[in-house]
Design a protein around this ligand. Sequence first.
Ligand code: AMP
Length: 443
Amino acid sequence: MTFSNLEIIPPILKAIEEQGYTAPTPIQAQAIPILLQGNDLLGSAQTGTGKTAAFTIPLLQRLFLSKPVKKPKGRRVLKALIISPTRELANQINDNIVNYSKYVGFRSVVIYGGISQHKQTSALRNGADILVATPGRLLDLIGQGYIRLNTIEYFVLDEADQMLDMGFIHDIKKIIGKLPEKRQSLFFSATMPQAILELSSQILGTPKRVTIAPDQTTAEKVSQAIYYVSKPDKVDLLRYVINKKNNTSILVFSRTKHGADKIVTALHKSNIKSEAIHGNKTQNARQKTLQRFKQNKFSVLVATDIAARGIDVSKLSLVINYDLPNVPETYVHRIGRTGRAEEVGEAITFCSSGEKGFLRDIQKLINQKIPVNSDHPFHNQKDADEMEQKPRKKPRKNSQKKQNPSTSNPKNSKRQGSVNKTESKSPFSKKSNVKRGFKRKKR
Ligand code: AMP
């Protein structure tokens, strides 16, 4: 399969070639023909699959092939709107548009909060064909009269599950209410819980569906490992892994902002150059840090989940989960930062005693057991053994009468559990009836 098989027009093909892409990724191969025909699309796919090109390339092609709509003065009219949950992802989408539209001559503007609106409003005044926006700033500028959505023909909602997690649901609904009825709509989400499907039905007509399963990307492209370690040893284990990986670009995930800062301080003490990005840093500081990381000015970037969302660093070969996320889907998002598109990546996860439940949830979600690496000085065999054991079956209340008298004694019930556990099915077995319902936990 090549991009020309997908009937991409020559000026866009040329730009794709310049990116060095030789073949479409699975989501591109599936989504591009659907979108070129003008269909709505419901896509289950995470960042890292080539999703951005899957929607920007056909969007640009359809814009190019449709008649130019210009106001009498010649000012460009907004025809496409792409909504993203974070500034980082918005910038990244805009970079993609700039790359692919090099020979078709469209102008895009990106807007997001946390910085002065001045540059953004003057860019809008100059006219644009495509707007990439985070929800809050978009509504703000609509309210101030800088943006009207009545000419939008293409609407893309990206990373919908993340939007909901971040509390953008009302903003999204307001934005949808301002769009023309007649439009092509695209809706992407890494996961498809019920709330997301309901939201998608308010946006899409009769969509075609494309699914790139998370486990397909995580299992096939990223080599994963669990390192059991007690909590106080995590910093030393991190230093150990970083030193072993010598000069690799590493993204370390911390669950909290405070934790991210603490990791950076600890690494500095060992002369390991690292910087943190999280919500307490200004947008400018975050962008600068990211830029420096991309330029290999330092090799270890420590990030919280929200700040890292959408980070696209090609050649990022290792992700370290310093803390396990309490929402299993987040694990999939995190390790999707490495192994981008056709690259091979590696993800190492530190797991302390208190985090074993999170690990179980993750393994259920991705339907695989992550291999354990015990070949390090901080290995915690006790936790490894506990995880290897199959889950205990709790004796059912109404089955008490049937129990052997020796086990009906509460003191013995623990032992009873351990007898049962050899009989129960492993949660990691492929055959186990794992319902992949993507239930969210309260954070
Ligand atoms: P995305 O899922 O859109 O964030 O894309 C992840 C990464 O894959 C980005 O660095 C893209 O530049 C890259 N990419 C997108 N499409 C292709 C392709 N067909 N071949 C190789 N790399 C690609």
